[in-house]
Structures are given as C-alpha cells and as structure tokens.
Unconditional design. Structure first.
Length: 230
C-alpha cells in the first residue's frame, strides 16, 4: 500500500485518480479548495474504510498550503500529485487578454505546485522512494502550438521549467520529480470533444508513475508512457 496526496481532487482527473488509487488499496489524502461542497469525494470517503481523508487546500494561497502540510506533519507521502489547475478564463487571446486572469493562472498553475513542493518536501523525504508528479499539458511544450490561450500555455511552460529545475536541485534528496501530460481529456476543462476519458487518463498516469524511478527525474511524460518533446 502506498500513501498519496492529490491536489485538485474534487473533480475530473483528480477525482478519478483518487477513485482508482483507493480501489487499488492505497491511502489517499485528497485536497481541494472547498471540501464541504466536494460531494463526490465525500461519497468515496464514506465507502473507503478509512483510507481516504479530505483536506482543504487552495494552491493559490500559501497559508492554505502550509496549514495542510502542518495538519499532515509526520506523514510519509510516497506519491504527491500536483493536479490542481485552471484553464485561465475566456480572455487570454491577443488583444483581449486579462492581465488579472493571467496573473491568477500563473499563481495557480505555476507557483502553486512550487509552494506545494516546498511545504511537503519533509513528507516526501520521509518515504522510501518518493515521487512528486505535476500534471502539466502538451501546450506547455515549445513543440506544440495552440492559438489563443496565452495564460494557460505560458503557465504550463513555466511549471515545466520550475519542475525541471527542482529535479536538478533535488538530486541528493532521492525525490523523483516528474511532469505529466494527461492527454486531451473529457473533463470540464477539456470539453466533450476531447480524445480520452478521465478513466483512461488516470489509468495511464498511474501506470507511468508506477514505472518511474529516480533516473526519470526531470522528464516530461505523456499519459501513455512516451516522453513528451518540449
């Protein structure tokens, strides 16, 4: 049994990861901004025989992240999945970009995962072969171009570089730092025309994480196990 912490766990890919890891017999700490309204998580928790607990965390709020880390002080986390993220709003095209929305997107998608890594480093170091995984996107790669989403694309490109740098700095810690493109997924963010379901994405992500070793630290994977050029 492994112990996992998953952010943005109340819907989409995050919720499905929680579901699948629980079904596999693991211990999961599920984090989201508003636990009181996370009805799907609550339903899973009621059936989990104690293997799932729900915790408040807003990754755009440093104090919220620190409070969650303090509440879980002394807990060894085998896998931490930075899944929380936002699309960035409707106003992020050239000539119609909202600076406030852009800054908030960077706060959530880029700085948030970095702050989570800072606060939960002791929890990861307490595990035997810990992994810090950040859900990124293919649009964060310089090899992929999609018009009209400046805020989202730049935030994902930035978090890729942040995690690559972190992987280099953490070479002596034993913590494997990985990036993951989850596929184009049929969620509220991905839309109904996307390629794969949350179930397929989560299954692929789990397989990739399971196979990752420390020598893979700093790599950007696709959900199917391929390396994503970026």
């Amino acid at each position: 049994m492994s112990t996992l912490l998953i952010t943005g766990a109340n819907r989409g890919i995050g919720l499905e990861l929680v579901r699948q890891y629980l079904e596999a017999g693991n211990r999961v700490y599920a984090c989201c901004r508003q636990p009181d309204s996370a009805s799907d998580l609550a339903s899973l928790a009621s059936k989990s025989t104690g293997n799932l607990s729900i915790h408040q965390m807003d990754v755009s709020d440093e104090q919220s992240i620190k409070a969650c880390a303090k509440a879980l002080s002394g807990t060894a986390i085998d896998v931490l999945i930075n899944n929380a993220g936002i699309m960035g709003g409707e106003h992020q095209s050239f000539g119609n970009a909202s600076l406030d929305d852009w800054l908030h997107t960077i706060q959530v998608n880029t700085i948030g995962p970095f702050r989570v890594a800072e606060s939960f480093k002791p929890h990861l170091e307490a595990a035997e072969a810990p992994k810090l995984i950040t859900i990124s996107s293919q649009v964060g790669a310089s090899t992929f171009t999609m018009p009209g989403i400046y805020a989202y694309a730049s935030s994902k490109a930035a978090v890729n570089k942040v995690m690559q740098t972190l992987a280099s700095e953490w070479q002596t810690t034993g913590i494997c730092v990985g990036l993951m493109h989850p596929g184009w997924v049929k969620t509220d963010m991905g839309g109904s025309e996307a390629d794969i379901t949350p179930q397929e994405s989560a299954e692929g992500i789990r397989r990739v994480i399971e196979k990752m070793t420390f020598k893979d630290s700093g790599k950007f994977f696709k959900w199917n196990g391929d390396i994503h050029p970026w």
